[in-house]
Design a protein around this ligand. Sequence first.
Ligand code: SF4
Length: 289
Amino acid sequence: MSFRSFEEILSKCKEQDKPFWRVILEDDMEERLVSEEESFEKMKHLYMSMKGADIAYDEGLKSTSGLVGGDGARISRAVSEGKTLGGPFIGEVMSKALKMGESNACMKKIVAAPTGGACGVIPAVLLTYEEQFGAFLQQMIEAMYVAAGVGQVIAVRAFISGAAGGCQAEIGSASAMAAGALTYLNGGDGESIAHSAAMSLKNLMGLVCDTVGGLVEIPCVKRNVGGAVIAIASADMAVAGIRSQIPPDEVIDAMREVGESLPRTLRETGEGGLAATPTGREIMNRLMK
Ligand code: SF4
């Protein structure tokens, strides 16, 4: 990855008069020595795999702990019965985010985006957008490049794993990637993409990784919903012209600093936060038996 900052991506977009997604696609071609078609096919394969994983959801499955499963279908039913407040778009996004997180917890095939724990955020917003706004596949793959570009800058500048930087690095990064992709789909330019990503990260900064029983189940699955909904709000703010007063690259740097100062117990050790509550410990003890 040749880009270390949004600033570099945006200046390349400006210099070469190219959209954000194309700059990332060309960077991939250069990095992996592949043709445009090969790069595009790979990205398409990832997107289609997300779609396949969404379709393959099985509401009857239960995770190792027995505590995760069926919630994606529950919210779907509530949406179709008119019981939810968020409307059909947010309702479906929530449902897809839960379904993918549950599929991961139930060991089904998913696309780690950027990680398994945060695998529901990006497909939730992109697949729902395609379904409800009738977008072309080409646009969706372009949005995937935007998400990849955002994720790459975060990975180079900070981290994308809970063990390194807490959940802000997983759900936060996924949310930033999803926000950038949605902003692009909704007509935002490169600057709006960077700011939507920054606003997502800011909203999830400090989020700790506190897996109950050390399993990627609680609180991971439901946090995918939060990441997806924050992505929508951030994309909407960016398209409305709202900007992060702290520049996007500085937001990522702050996220890195916060992650580095998190104690070990809050970085995927399953020892702090929710994992350390009486119920969290009880679940852990039950699993050990
Ligand atoms: S709590 Fe930890 S394992 Fe779960 S999604 Fe967040 S970072 Fe990943």
